[in-house]
Write a protein that binds this ligand. Sequence first.
Ligand SMILES: *Cc1c(COP(=O)(O)O)cnc(C)c1O
Length: 420
Amino acid sequence: MDHFDLKDGVLHAEDVPLPAIAEAVGTPVYVYSRATLVRHARVLREALAGLGDPLIAYAVKANPNAAVLATLAREGLGADVVSGGEYRRAVAAGVDPAKIVFSGVGKTADEMRLALEGGLFQFNLESLAEAELLSEVAFETGREAPVAFRVNPDVAAGTHAKITTGTADNKFGIPIGEAGEAYARIAALPGLKVQGVAVHIGSQLTSLDPLEAAFRKVGTLIDALRRAGHPIAVADLGGGLGVPYDPGHAPPPSPLAYGDMVRRVTSGWGAQLVFEPGRLIAGNAGVLLTRVIRVKPGVSHPFLVVDAAMNDLMRPALYDAWHRIEAVAPHGGRMTANVVGPVCETGDTFAMGREMDAAEAGDLVVFRTAGAYAAAMSSTYNSRPLTPEVMVNGADWAVVRPRIDIDRLIAADRLPAWLG
Ligand SMILES: *Cc1c(COP(=O)(O)O)cnc(C)c1O
């Protein structure tokens, strides 16, 4: 559930009418609802009740804005980071380093040093070569590195190929069948404290079955590792739970159903559980607010050209993602339109043949469910300003990232002396 609702015929974020934000900040602009972020964090925590004191490490890559991270840090969430930059952002926003999990296949020595010196909950290792490097860095810095291996359970997640991470041919983790040998190797490395097992099979999962299959394999592995003498005390079950994008489709499993499944599968594990939700927390806590520039005739349907484009919201171009598109002040009429941005790419298409609220030049529309993997992926392609972000809190709102305008982009370039 989110806090974007029509009030007196105008779409609001909590108590703020979206046209007020469009007037003040301009469009396109991302608008986040603080109450929705908090609600999602609490719903998940309640759904995981009875599982001891699990660490909920928000996947920063979903939405790394400082205001989002600070909101979640105050709810007691930790962070799952995949780069030194994300580590620094999380700490700067007030996330307790003891609640930070460091994931990713390409951690560098510098990134390892940063996290070792600043502190963290655990490195999720993805290869033996990485384990060896971390051992050297830990030795150099005189710190012990708490580690888990991310295992690849080879289950099909049933989601889009570009967000599937747990099949044998994906780049992530070590094959679960080779885990016994890998743990034996790292147990002998100095500077590493072997404490856990981690798994993450993909994103926007709409069935619990692949998650359950993966978790069962992890349970079996934990048993085997303990029998081999490894002190496994942590099971990191990753993220991946889907969120509703299209109200016309069956909703993905609820956090409650997910919690029930986890309680059933992990009972008797005797391990601290870690969860890494990203989309579930942030997805429906944001919208992309945009204005229709013009309506251009098309062969089958008119093109609604909006001032947001693929550089602002990449998911449709990257993942064929479907976002609900709504008028901010709907007047009851409907239309079928192709919704496109101004960027010079055919891929800059948000929707083809979409049945939607009627809209014309000058009208405001929103892309819903744009709180995760949205602003985080924005770019300045076509020399477009970097999209600003706003957070709403009740009747209050604030710009939490100003628009990075063209002057700043031009000023960031340098002409070499021989062109000057
Ligand atoms: C992206 C990612 C997540 C978050 O996935 P969601 O689908 O947003 O919940 C969690 N863990 C890891 C390792 C990731 O790469």
